[in-house]
Write a protein that binds this ligand. Structure first.
Ligand code: GLN
Length: 447
């Protein structure tokens, strides 16, 4: 803990942490030392973990990096976080992110931007940028992020660490401040596959507070990392031929596919004609869900209330106008539009149908193949300001990550070399629902 606290201090300018629980982390470490001496410590004894600023932690502020939740103190702890604490992990602090998880560069945070530790003129990715940099820069061993459309995998790729999004419903969402409830997952950043698997197995499993959480048994992922079978891998023509794809990412991905072939695995090219619909489907459905989820922030119950109101209606309006950032407002408006009576069928219902097609295609393909491989992102980490004036260019960064989110299947980003500027490249591996153990084992083999 002392080691990490020192690093956090010397690298404070990266702006990864928005709050550090120094004293309580040291005290917790002492308690765990005593338990260890008695041989009674939990599975994660002493593992130092940072958590994204969208996870409630009792007695601590948690504001989704939004001004509208400034001063909001959680009265309960996220189930996933509580399970880590029950196994004697040490929660060291709260990590910066894009407001309500909306963004791909961590430039949309009320706490300011997070710097990529490898090149401070570049973004760390988003929305879990603080969580990615915390692991990248050795500010904690492991961190939690959330992944609705790529927010764990994309920043992991941009910072050169491992980022895992589990199957939707594998980890309870209780305590996670909702962005898009049918997409939201809690994921893990780490430097090793083993740490990642260990934390995931502790968090996963049914929770009586989240009725959507799965009752399927959880395997001991960290003990199942041995991999020696021959597997079938699919890759999509449409991803490798995408005009948006940076050439070095293409060649690094092809190199992995070649390597797998040479090691006796079956590697097959498959067409995914729906690829171009994944991004619009994702942005229609998530903005719709967000507009509904975020309606609860009205100045009455949580966080910020405008001091400038003169009646009830202006209190609602001004609180929301002053409290939400630009990107969040854009999404609330988009979501309200696609849910409006005159456009509901044309956009929302249509997108639900396309979601079904994408999900069926993905699951059927993963019945025939063990894994799908593709780049995590079309480009490596870009410079600050490069896309911030153009939301559509920013949304394009999620081109390859949203398929797994729309389908609900697990996906991981693994470091796969660097580009000519020395920026890390991410390799994405996707498996079928609830195949976390297989995904971790294959990742262990690939890294
Ligand atoms: N970048 C995507 C978005 O802005 C993903 C966000 C996320 O996964 N939370 O919606």
């Amino acid at each position: 803990v002392a080691y990490y606290l020192k690093n956090i201090q010397t690298k404070a300018h990266l702006n990864a942490f928005v709050e550090v629980y120094g004293q309580s982390a040291l005290e917790q470490a002492e308690r765990i030392d005593e338990k260890l001496a008695k041989g009674k410590a939990g599975k994660l004894a002493g593992m130092v973990i940072g958590i994204k600023d969208v996870l409630n932690f009792s007695g601590h502020e948690s504001n989704a990096s939004s001004n509208i939740l400034k001063g909001y103190i959680s009265q309960f702890t996220t189930t996933a976080v509580q399970r880590l604490i029950n196994e004697d992990a040490i929660i060291i602090g709260r990590l910066n992110c894009d407001e309500f998880g909306m963004g791909s560069s961590n430039e949309n945070s009320a706490h300011g931007k997070v710097l990529n530790a490898l090149d401070e003129s570049r973004v760390p990715g988003g929305s879990s940028g603080g969580s990615a940099v915390a692991v990248q820069a050795n500010l904690c061993t492991v961190s939690l992020g959330t992944d609705t459309g790529g927010s764990v995998r994309q920043p992991a790729a941009f910072t050169g660490v491992i980022g895992m999004k589990p199957t939707y419903s594998r980890v309870s969402r209780w305590g996670l401040i909702a962005y898009a409830s049918s997409f939201d997952t809690i994921g893990v950043f780490s430097k090793t596959v083993k740490d990642n698997a260990l934390v995931m197995e502790v968090m996963a499993g049914h929770d009586e507070f989240d009725s959507t959480s799965s009752r399927k048994p959880v395997h001991h992922y960290s003990e199942l990392l041995h991999f020696e079978k021959k597997v079938k891998v699919a890759y999509f023509t449409e991803t490798l031929e995408s005009p948006a794809l940076q050439p070095e990412i293409k060649s690094q991905t092809e190199a992995i596919l070649e390597k797998l072939k040479s090691e006796g695995h079956e590697v097959e090219e498959v067409h995914f004609p729906l690829l171009k619909y994944t991004l619009p489907t994702y942005y229609i459905l998530t903005t719709a869900e967000a507009s509904s989820n975020l309606s609860r922030f009205d100045g009455v119950k949580y966080g910020y209330r405008t001091p400038n109101a003169h009646n009830l209606e202006s209190m609602y309006k001004l609180t929301r106008s002053e409290g939400f950032g630009e990107e969040v407002k854009r999404r609330i408006m988009l979501g309200t539009f696609v849910l409006s009576a005159s456009y509901y069928d044309a956009y929302f219902t249509k997108a639900q149908r396309v979601r079904r097609l994408i999900k069926d295609f993905t699951e059927n393909l993963l019945d025939d193949f063990d894994y799908i491989i593709m780049p995590t992102t079309p480009t490596t980490a870009f410079k600050f300001g490069e896309h911030s004036g153009d939301p559509v260019a920013m949304y394009l960064e999620d081109l390859f990550t949203v398929q797994a989110s729309v389908s609900g299947v697990p996906a991981i980003s693994l470091p796969n070399g660097k580009d000519q500027n020395g920026m890390p490249i991410g390799l994405q591996v996707i498996a079928n629902s609830f195949k976390e153990a297989e995904l971790y084992a294959f990742s262990n083999y690939l890294t």
